[in-house]
Design a protein around this ligand. Structure first.
Ligand code: AMP
Length: 122
């Protein structure tokens, strides 16, 4: 899939629409999800134009990859979630219901999070 520069996170990264920023560095931005599913629900995004984990893993520089990984750790720590636990999740493509076509990692914390995914009915 080609990168769509008009997606909502691209607009946030260009400063065209606001976000509730919790962390930023040269390669990465993290902000609170507008529709939080848990008491802490942060989105961690690379600043570069990457659609998904697959795209990022193929094209991003080592510095961008390191920054994204470290930013997730920092966000979890900042949220005070390390001791009680947290979950990191990234949806990629249709089966995962990816809504925004700019790579983002969800960081969920603040309550028990249940099992990883709902088991399909047979
Ligand atoms: P996904 O289904 O993994 O693509 O998740 C997209 C996430 O982006 C959802 O959790 C939305 O609530 C969130 N979202 C959409 N627009 C915004 C926005 N303007 N600011 C913050 N979060 C947003």
């Amino acid at each position: 899939m080609a990168y769509d520069p008009n997606n909502i996170f691209a607009k946030i990264l260009r400063g065209e629409i606001p976000c509730d920023k919790v962390y930023e560095d040269e390669h990465t931005l993290a902000f609170n999800d507008i529709n939080p599913q848990t008491p802490t629900h942060v989105l961690v995004v690379p600043k570069g134009p990457y659609v998904s984990w697959t795209d990022f893993s193929e094209r991003a520089s080592d510095a961008e990859i390191a920054a994204l990984v470290r930013a997730v750790g920092t966000v979890a720590k900042q949220a005070g979630a390390v001791e009680e636990g947290y979950r990191v999740l990234s949806n990629a493509g249709a089966n995962a219901n990816q809504e925004v076509p700019h790579l983002h990692l969800h960081v969920f914390a603040g309550r028990p999070l249940g099992r990883m995914v709902a088991k399909a009915k047979e």
